[in-house]
Design a protein around this ligand. Sequence first.
Ligand SMILES: Nc1nc2c(ncn2[C@@H]2O[C@H](COP(=O)(O)OP(=O)(O)OP(=O)(O)O)[C@@H](O)[C@H]2O)c(=O)[nH]1
Ligand SMILES: [Mg+2]
Length: 328
Amino acid sequence: MTVKNENIENDYNKATVNIKIVGAGGGGTSVLESLAANKLFDNIEMVAINTDSRALNGLSRWGISTIQVGSNITDGYGTGGDMKKGEISALRDEHILREMMQNINMLFITAGLGGGAGSGIAPVVAKLAKEQGILTVAIVTMPFSFEGCKRNRTAMTSLNELEKEVDALIVIQNDKLMTLPEAKQLTVSNAFKLTDSVLERAVTLITKIIMTTGDVNIDFADISTILRQSQSSDAVFSVGVSEKGDVAEALEKACNSPLLKRSVKGAQGAILYIIGADDMSMYDINTAIMKLKAEMTDAANIIWGYMGTPDKAGTVEVMLIATDFIDC
Ligand SMILES: Nc1nc2c(ncn2[C@@H]2O[C@H](COP(=O)(O)OP(=O)(O)OP(=O)(O)O)[C@@H](O)[C@H]2O)c(=O)[nH]1
Ligand SMILES: [Mg+2]
C-alpha cells in the first residue's frame, strides 16, 4: 500500500506542468503586464524579452523576469522597426534564452508583430523551444492597416517564420478589433488594452484547462495530443459564455467569436472544456458536443472536459480549441 502511495506521489510530481509565458518586444511585454496586474497566475513564470532596456525597466515589481538581448547591437535601445536586428540580437544571446527554457513543458510566446524586436525575437525563441521538444503556442497580433505597408510586411515575414516552429499559432488581426461594436468608443490605448485582453484570454484559457482538475478532467497530455495532431500550426482558441446557463448557446458564441480568423469548419481535432453549475445535464452537454461535431468532420477527435462548481450557478463558460483543418 505504502509503495503504491509513493508511486502516486512520484507520478504527481512528474505530472506537474511547468509553463512559462514569454512576451517579446513592447507589445508582448504589455500583455505580460496586464496578466500580472490581473494577478491571473501565481505559479507561471513570465519573462519579457526585448532589446530595449528602458522597456524592461521596472517589470520586476510585477514579478516579471526580464532578458535584455543584443546589448552590443542596439546599445540598449529598441530596434527602430528593424526585424533583422531583433533576430540577430536574440541569436547572439541564444544561450540565455535556452537556459530560460530549461525544465519547462509548455511555452507561450506573445508579441505584437510589425516592430523589430518582437517580430525578430519571437521566431528565435520558438525555434529554440522546438529544438527542446517544448509544446509551444504563439499568440500574436498583426498591425492595424493604418500602421502602413512596412510594418505589415515585417509582421508577415515574422508570422511565416513562426508558423514553421510552433505547435499552435493564434493570430489576432488588429483591424478586426475595429469591427467590434465597442470600437467607436476606443482610444488608442484602450484599443491596445482590448488586444491585450484577447491575448490574455487565450493564455488564460489553456492554462486554466491544464491547471484545474475537472470532474471530467483534461490534462497536459490531452492538450499536447490535440495541438500536435496537425502538421500545421493553424488553430482556433475561443471562449463563449452563456448567462442563461445554456451550454449550446455558450458553444455557439465560442464558435462565432468575431475575432476568430476562421471557423471550426473542417477541424479534425478539438478540446472542449465546459465550466458550469455542478448539476449540469449530461443530455445538454451531449447535444452541444454533437452540434460541434456536425460543424467539424465526421472523424473528428474531440476531447471534452467538464468542471461543475457551485459558484457558477446560472452561467456556463465553454473553452474551445480546434485544430488540424482540412480545407473544404
Ligand atoms: N497588444 C499590444 N500591441 C501593441 C502595443 N503597442 C504596440 N502594439 C502592436 O505591436 C506592434 C509592434 O510594436 P512594438 O511591440 O512596440 O514593437 P517592438 O517589437 O518593441 O519593436 P521595436 O520597438 O521596433 O524594436 C505594433 O505595430 C502594434 O501593432 C500594446 O501595448 N499592446
Ligand atoms: Mg519596442
